[in-house]
Ligand binder design. Structure first.
Ligand code: KG4
Ligand code: ZN
Length: 333
């Protein structure tokens, strides 16, 4: 394939666009975060999110061309890739409408991308030579799953959360501790001053070995805070962070080993967590696995991962139906 792929992502609270070249390298990656808009509400407000996407989408896309040193035109453009789901319906629709408009106006193919497959392709932005089979931990505010990729495009879900996503648990515990939104980075910051061994929060048991449950640990924190009003918030944060990270790391490495993987990868917003990044690398390498921990900006939602996945999908399956619609509850298959 010779041209550039434009990737557009609007599934949640980031409006993002990027241009990726033939070798899979991102020439630009523009991310406009809505965090300040949703902060006062302690979470993403879907109606506000879609309005904000609509407001900034065009300038974000134009900026992706400018940052790549390109004219805002179809010159050299091979396809427009866009997140079709899963995500917030109104938010997804903004990205899909923008992608369709460009695809029709410029007469370039349209490629719909599953957001979760996008996260898997985030690895290739930083590690072009991935060793398969790979066990991938996708861990964000909306998802927590271990996906085994036999090869590119062939996925098997080994485990997923039965209740809250890990990021959601970080956000809820942060709220309990009176911290701001999003909670993950706040917990990480507060943890630096705390002792992770000061408190031991119970690990949740799940019926299936590689599934996750974060609702129990969250309730354990709530009960602890209620019964220990004088407890140091930093110790609570550090102990909670450490228990979530250890669960994620243990299950991912174990799932990789038992399913005969050569490598493990990490993606999703919680993948920006410093302790998780370090512990996954340590335990993965100890188990003799190649470990792929992409740059933090490639872990959180971005357009480059959508373009990278779009390139693969175009090559493998050709363009999507031009009538492509947003699919808020799309699963990975
Ligand atoms: O992938 P993402 O940007 O958006 C989706 O949910 O799809 O992930 C956002 C989540 C939030 O729950 C946020 O608290 C969490 O990622 N997060 C973190 C960190 N940075 C973001 N969690 C733990 N530690 C972090 N440093
Ligand atoms: Zn995501």
């Amino acid at each position: 394939m010779s041209g550039l792929i434009l990737g557009i992502e609007t599934s949640c609270d980031e409006t993002a666009a990027a241009l990726v070249d033939t070798s899979g390298r991102a020439l630009s990656s523009v991310i406009s975060s809505q965090i300040s808009l949703h902060r006062d509400f302690g979470g993403v407000v879907p109606e506000l999110a879609s309005r904000e996407h609509a407001k900034v989408i065009l300038s974000v896309i134009e900026q992706a061309f400018t940052d790549a040193g390109r004219e805002f035109s179809s010159a050299g453009l091979e396809a427009v890739a866009v997140t079709k789901g899963p995500g917030l319906a109104g938010s997804l629709m903004v990205g899909v409408a923008a992608a369709k408009a460009l695809s029709i106006g410029w007469e370039v193919p349209l490629v719909g991308v599953n957001h979760l497959e996008g996260h898997i392709f985030a690895i290739e932005l930083d590690y072009p030579e991935v060793q398969f089979p790979m066990a991938m931990l996708v861990v964000s505010g909306g998802h927590t799953m271990i996906v085994r990729a036999e090869r590119r495009g062939e996925y098997d879900i080994l485990g997923e959360t039965v209740d809250d996503a890990a990021g959601e648990a970080f956000d809820k515990v942060a709220r309990l501790l009176g911290l701001g939104y999003p909670g993950g980075p706040e917990i990480e910051r507060l943890s630096r001053a705390g002792d992770p061994f000061a408190i031991r929060f119970p690990r949740a048991k799940t019926k299936s070995e590689y599934d996750f449950s974060f609702s129990g640990p969250k309730t354990a924190v709530a009960n602890y805070v209620k019964s220990h009003p004088g407890a140091a918030g930093a110790d609570v944060a550090a102990a909670f962070q450490s228990s979530v990270v250890e669960t994620l790391v243990e299950k991912t490495v174990a799932a990789a080993i038992t399913s005969g993987c050569a490598s493990i990868g990490l993606s999703g917003g919680v993948g920006a967590n410093t302790l998780l990044r370090a512990r996954l690398a340590e335990e993965g390498e100890r188990a003799g696995l190649a470990v792929y921990v992409p740059a933090k900006r490639n872990c959180t939602d971005n357009g480059a991962m959508i373009a990278a996945a779009g390139r693969f999908l175009l090559e493998r399956f050709g363009p999507s139906d031009p009538e492509l619609d947003a699919m808020p509850s799309l699963r990975l298959s």
